[in-house]
Design a protein around this ligand. Structure first.
Ligand code: BG6
Length: 497
């Protein structure tokens, strides 16, 4: 593959929290892929910083192991990087650790042509964000070096409510400018999430019907079959609302609902996303009680395998009220979407892993056929399958062959894996490359974080007051049956894929 022409000639990726789970599961394998596809700057180095004592060679070995686990074929390409992998031992509240980091970076500029181009990746728990940012700033690493850049990548969760997100934004801004900040939501790195833009704005046939004249409602499902796994302690503080709804789900909604941007420039796209989210109706405390359902998985079976309930998971309180499922009804008060409900449900330990968006169309204005002919016809639907088996499906009525006149719903399917031979990059691979080239289109801007929290905050408040009890659902099902009650009366079930 030809390297991206926007790549700088040299750069360093500095991983803060270098020994952590995210770094090993996602970042290093993504680097391996970029190296194998020849998509890294020609002089590239990695510097890890964490508490554990370790030598450069030991850290390089760990990075290689993590890459080999996921992409054994990439090892040859990353072997060349090995000598430029460095490690700094230190706590984030220790100014000396950052001084040591600064001198390692100066040496890489000098000896390995890194040219002062630096990406600092905060791969730590959120409680350490401020210390890490303060440490970088204290060592002057927040300032663009001459001829290079200093960029910071911040992982979710970005705040645990609106007030803390605002505080964090203010804090980051006292040290970094917005143009240097890349807030990651890995959903935006997914090919099919980006394809919403291609589908809508590179085709003439979809956009004319993408509005309240034709669409009856939109259903968004973010279903996982896994439980909280080893992240019980973290999840207890988050719940599905903070873990999925405030970020991944809001991103999908904003891309579905936004107006066409003037260009694909980072700010033009993000301006439109923010505008769409600003139009989402803010729920009153009364609306919240009616339009939001929370659930928590009990024991059950997923794919025939018995699994424990959430309260029995490691790190979870046996009396926990944290939700592992949320269903909600949202209205978008603007010219395009007024009156079209957007239904969202997200949860863990559901029947299967699937993320998809269904646009359900309105019925035809007049049906010249006897009702008996269309008995088994559903209204038209367009389904965007984001994962797995990425693709698009159109459902419409067709005549059943025969001498009579019966209409039945049929489907027209497009599957990515059949339509393209090219391999889609992993989300983190795509996003790391974008940070290196300085393209912020797929990153969350300050005002996006804020507006997404504004939408979710009334629900957080109601939960805090005990206003939305969490209902138990059996693992391996589609969540609590109460989730059906938020649907409009004229259709009574979610589309279960
Ligand atoms: C993460 C959440 O952001 O997204 C996890 O913290 C969740 O709880 C994950 O499992 C889902 O991502 P993906 O890419 O597997 O759909």
């Amino acid at each position: 593959m030809t390297p991206d022409a926007r790549l700088p000639p040299g750069a360093v990726l500095i991983v803060l929290g270098a020994t952590g789970d995210l770094a090993h599961r996602k970042l290093y394998p993504a680097l391996g892929c970029l190296a194998a596809r020849d998509q890294l700057p020609s002089s590239f180095s990695v510097v890890g910083i964490a508490r554990t004592e370790m030598s450069d060679a030991d850290f390089a070995h760990e990075v290689m192991e993590s890459i080999a686990k996921v992409h054994p074929d990439a090892i040859a390409a990353v072997n060349a990087l090995s000598p430029t992998i460095k490690y700094v031992t230190g706590e984030f509240d220790d100014a000396n650790a950052f001084k040591r980091l600064a001198s390692v970076l100066d040496a890489l500029d000098h000896d390995h042509g890194a040219n002062g181009s630096r990406v600092f990746y905060l791969s730590t728990i959120p409680q350490l964000f401020e210390a890490a940012i303060g440490g970088l700033s204290g060592a002057g690493l927040n300032v663009d070096p001459e001829g290079g850049f200093s960029r910071i990548v911040i992982e979710k969760p970005f705040g645990h409510d609106l007030a803390s997100a605002r505080e964090l934004n203010d804090f980051v801004h006292t040290h970094f400018e917005e143009r240097q900040i890349f807030r990651i939501d890995h959903y935006l790195g997914k090919e099919t999430v980006q394809n919403v833009l291609a589908l809508r704005f590179a085709n003439a046939i979809f956009e004319p019907v993408w509005n309240r004249q034709y669409i009856d409602h939109v259903q968004i499902t973010v279903a996982e079959s896994i439980g909280v796994e080893h992240r019980g302690t973290f999840y207890e503080q988050a719940g599905a609302l903070r873990d999925i709804v405030q970020n991944h789900a809001m991103q999908v909604i904003s891309l579905m609902a936004m107006e066409p941007p003037a260009s694909f420039d980072a700010n033009a796209v993000r301006d439109e996303k923010v505008k769409a989210l600003r139009s989402v109706e803010r729920m009153s405390q009364i609306d919240v009680g009616i339009a939001v359902v929370r659930g928590q998985y009990g024991s059950g079976a997923v794919d025939g395998v018995p699994v424990p309930g959430y309260r029995e998971e490691e790190g979870v309180s046996p009396t926990s009220e944290t939700e592992t499922f949320v269903a909600m009804r949202m209205m978008i008060d603007n010219w395009r979407w007024a009156g079209v409900p957007f239904y969202l449900r997200a949860g863990k330990r559901l029947a299967k892993r699937v993320t998809e968006v269904t646009m359900r169309f309105k019925p035809v204005p007049h049906l010249p056929l006897p009702t008996s002919a269309v008995d088994s016809v559903e209204p038209n639907a367009m389904i965007l399958r984001i994962q797995p088996d990425e693709g698009i499906r159109l459902e419409f009525g067709a005549k059943v062959p025969g001498t009579g006149f019966m209409v039945r719903t049929v489907g027209l399917d497009f599957a990515y894996r059949e339509g393209f031979t090219e391999q889609a990059p992993e989300a983190y691979e795509r996003l790391l490359l974008d940070v290196l080239v300085g393209d912020a289109t797929l990153f969350i801007r300050e005002d996006e974080v804020d507006v997404a929290w504004q939408i979710v905050q009334p629900i957080v408040d109601a939960v805090g007051r005990g206003g939305i009890p969490s209902r138990t659902y059996a693992s391996g099902t589609w969540g609590p049956t109460a989730a059906d009650a938020i649907l409009d009366a004229h259709f009574d079930s979610w589309r279960n894929p």
